[in-house]
Design a protein around this ligand. Structure first.
Ligand code: BJW
Length: 240
């Protein structure tokens, strides 16, 4: 048994599905309408920046529409964090801002953020709420055609990896919510947490590609399963 002093929660597209944002893989997923190799690599952006901008512009417009709101899974995580005495970190693979909208404070966007753009020339990162176009100029360095979405594509290094590793190495409880376990390095986090003897829990609609690595598994929609799990967790002081 381990005292619960530090918790890391990894989230994926499944946690935002019930808010109306599609997942990537599976029926109705993003990759059904776009080929991953056409829109989610630096090579794709170099080849056809207009297509990649269109892909992210439409997802940004959807995220900013009035009907997209955090669901009870995002809200339960934020409420748990504010009541918890120990260390609590949400590591999200999602580029939406629904965790922030729900009130999460200690959060890492390892695959970047849809509401930020980056200049490839001067590396300035700024918020963006409108479409990005190939003809746009950078507000800082003035260069034209250098802006890209501040997201992490295949072959690029995810963000804040040192911070994430430090949290994984000392966490007592690792919870994975709504991710298929197909994309690394996120899919390897459970093994790191297990190596440090933490308790690991998968909450997902269905068993993920890495389900055998988890010590506890809960299957069903995140918006009902996660609040239930966190309510029970509030009454516990140890796991394992
Ligand atoms: C619900 C639900 C509900 C639905 N409730 N659940 C061979 C072996 C190992 C690794 C590699 C390899 N070849 C290449 C690699 C590395 C590569 C990789 O992992 N490739 C795999 C495809 C094999 N990874 C990378 O390149 C990463 N970088 C890297 O490794 O750097 C190191 C390095 C760099 C340079 C040189 C050397 C080393 C970068 C990965 C970037 C991923 N980017 C994307 C796009 C980001 C921007 C965007 O959003 O457009 O990130 S791809 C996409 O997948 C997105 C997601 O964050 C990510 C994960 O998807 P997620 O969240 O798991 O979604 P789904 O759809 O897959 O799953 C949803 C789940 O929810 C499902 O299970 C549903 O059942 C469930 N669900 N409704 C609960 N209501």
């Amino acid at each position: 048994m381990r005292e619960i002093e530090s918790i890391v929660v990894l989230t994926g597209a499944g946690i935002s599905a019930e808010s109306g944002l599609p997942t990537f893989r599976g029926a109705g997923g993003v990759w059904e309408h776009y080929r991953v190799e056409d829109v989610a690599s630096p090579q794709a952006f170099a080849r056809d920046p207009q297509l990649v901008h269109r892909f992210y512009n439409s997802r940004r417009q959807k995220l900013l529409s009035a009907n997209i709101k955090p669901n009870s899974a995002h809200l339960a995580l934020a409420a748990f964090e504010s009541a918890f005495d120990g260390e609590f970190l949400v590591v999200t693979q999602n580029i939406d801002n629904l965790h922030e909208q729900a009130g999460s404070e200690n959060i890492v966007h390892m695959h970047g953020e849809l509401l930020k753009k980056r200049c490839q020339q001067c590396l300035q990162v700024t918020f963006v709420y409108e479409d990005i176009n190939t003809s746009d100029g950078c507000e800082r360095c003035g260069k034209q055609g250098t802006l890209r979405p501040h997201v992490v594509w295949f072959g690029e290094m995810p963000l804040e990896m040192d911070h994430i590793h430090q949290a994984l190495e000392k966490c007592d409880l690792f919870i994975s919510v709504g991710t298929s376990g197909n994309v690394y390095p996120a899919a390897g986090f459970v093994d790191i947490a297990n190596m440090w003897n933490s308790h690991s829990v998968e909450i997902n609609l269905e068993p993920s590609a890495i389900e055998s690595s988890f010590k506890e598994k809960i299957y069903g929609p995140a918006a009902s399963m996660l609040p239930k799990f966190l309510t029970q967790l509030q009454t516990k002081t140890t796991v394992g």
